[in-house]
Write a protein that binds this ligand. Structure first.
Ligand code: DX5
Ligand code: ZN
Length: 224
């Protein structure tokens, strides 16, 4: 199932509740929350208190993308604040298996994220543990960057591997997804589509979300 996950990184932080409501009306079914620590990525964003406030204004799953070092230290706090999905970067985890189990022990869906330069082979031993895999299509740290087309083959390969190995993880994409790129990633097998700038960067977020979902759904119908 195709789902749109607007990234609130590009939303107006003073009006987060309204922004979330608008994209929900536009058909968004997941809210993507970018957590940055100024170490793993060269930017700082938000922590558990904002997740807790978001929890009060929406019933949609909160998809917390942790771009932080030592994620094990903060996973319990995000889960407690109301995160439903928590993803960690392969590059930030010395003990990835342990970290994924930690996420699951808090009754959250566990995701693993790979940067554009990280091959999917680094995930071969966790494919059967993860609930979802997030393929970064930009280098993480900022919204509004240009999509990196050479990441698309990883989505396709992950979709193939899933059927070969009869696994169930879902495939998410994040970075530079907009009307010009969404059909390519959907055809490659991405099902959870994160978009920040394309939703909140201009115009009406509700209409932007509707247009993106329409383009994605059409691409999914003519996939095979
Ligand atoms: C990048 C973040 C993304 C970002 C996507 O580090 O993980 O979620 O907000 O934004 P756009 O869609 O603007 O590239
Ligand atoms: Zn993200």
């Amino acid at each position: 199932m195709i789902e749109l996950a607007p990234s609130i990184l590009s939303a107006d932080f003073a009006r987060l509740g309204d922004e979330v409501r608008a994209v929900t009306e536009g058909g968004a079914s997941v809210i993507h929350v970018d957590i940055m620590d100024g170490h793993f990525v060269p930017n700082l964003t938000i922590g558990p208190p904002v997740v807790k406030s978001l929890r009060q204004v929406t019933d949609l799953p909160l998809d917390c993308h942790l771009m932080i070092e030592n994620p094990d230290e903060f996973i319990p706090a995000f889960a407690e604040a109301g995160a439903d999905w928590i993803s960690v970067h392969q590059e930030a985890c010395r003990h990835l298996n342990r970290t994924l189990h930690l996420v699951k022990s808090h009754d959250c869906l566990a995701g693993v994220v790979i940067n554009p330069a990280t091959p999917i082979q680094t995930l071969s031993e966790v494919l059967d543990i993860v609930d979802y895999i997030l393929v970064m299509s930009v280098n993480p740290g900022f919204g509004g960057q240009k999509f990196i087309p050479s990441t698309v083959h990883k989505m396709r390969r992950l979709a193939d591997l899933r059927s070969e190995r009869q696994l169930t993880y879902r495939i998410e994409v994040d970075g530079g997804v907009g009307l010009d790129t969404i059909a390519d990633v959907v055809r490659a097998g991405a099902e959870i589509l994160v978009a920040g700038n394309a939703v909140f960067g201009h115009g009406d977020p509700r209409k932007n979300a509707e247009a993106l979902l329409k383009a994605a759904t059409e691409a999914a119908m003519i996939k095979v």
